[in-house]
Design a binder for this molecule. Structure first.
Ligand SMILES: Nc1ncnc2c1ncn2[C@@H]1O[C@H](COP(=O)(O)OP(=O)(O)OP(=O)(O)O)[C@@H](O)[C@H]1O
Length: 227
């Protein structure tokens, strides 16, 4: 589904965030991406979603070179991918309902269907009763869950999550990870950047390890040490 071929990313200002990274992500996989702070995890996710472009190498999505995709095809690519950001990126002056509805509104879905799907997504993350609130009225963990509802509401085949449990207590983190597992079991391909090694070990999935912008390890699920 996703393939990196010797991908390098240098940001303006000369920072080399990734260098020569190659790996593949098959449809239906659930994979963790780990590594120290600044290792390049967020950059790698952004390259998949075309929020950044590679300086060298190719990022392929379903065989298409994402770096060469035409302006007209960008909405198509964005519909394939749901993203949970580290900082939630919610609109603070829109209600929870409207934040979650955004991808469907952009896709031109009719209102009755939007209402049904938004409420189903909020229900899944346990926040249905907060639909009329504004993000600043919610705790950090609740805002994180609104971000997750927004990422899944359009049922994208690929879900990318950047430290999705960063603001959550251990119990809620475990619950959310279980939620990602169930999405994966229903067919969604999932790539999660996290440095919560305990959680990663508990779930026993393939782990990609980044170190200083290079892929230092690619550990198959069966070799992930139990906690
Ligand atoms: N927009 C940007 N402009 C310039 N440098 C950037 C930009 N975004 C990231 N970097 C740099 O690229 C490197 C990799 O950053 P990235 O955010 O991908 O790491 P990370 O592994 O996600 O870190 P963390 O776990 O702290 O979020 C860092 O040195 C960072 O400072």
């Amino acid at each position: 589904m996703v393939r990196f071929e010797q991908v390098a990313k240098r940001y303006p200002g000369g920072i080399q965030a990734l260098g020569e990274v190659s790996f593949g992500l098959a449809r239906g996989e659930m994979v963790f991406l780990t590594g120290h702070s600044g290792a390049g995890k967020s950059t790698l996710l952004k390259l998949i979603a075309l929020l950044e472009r590679p300086s060298r190498g190719r990022v392929l999505f379903d065989g298409r070179n994402v770096g060469r995709i035409s302006r007209r095809q960008i909405p198509w690519l964005r519909r394939q991918i749901g993203i949970v950001f580290q900082d939630h990126s919610l609109l603070s002056d829109r209600r929870v309902f409207d934040n979650v509805a955004l991808p469907l509104v952009i896709a031109g879905v009719a209102y009755p269907e939007i209402r049904k799907r938004v409420r189903a997504a909020l229900d899944k993350v346990g926040l249905l009763e907060k639909e009329r609130m504004y993000p600043p009225m919610l705790s950090g963990g609740q805002q994180q869950r609104v971000g997750i509802a927004r990422a899944i509401v359009a049922k994208p085949p690929l879900l990318l999550a950047d430290e999705p449990t960063g603001n959550l207590d251990p119990e809620l983190s475990a619950e959310l990870m279980q939620f990602f597992v169930s999405l994966n079991e229903l067919g969604t391909t999932v790539l999660i950047a996290s440095h919560d090694l305990d959680l990663i070990r508990r779930l026993q999935r393939r782990v990609l390890v980044l170190k200083d912008g290079a892929l230092a390890d690619d550990v198959p699920a069966r070799q992930v040490a139990a906690p």
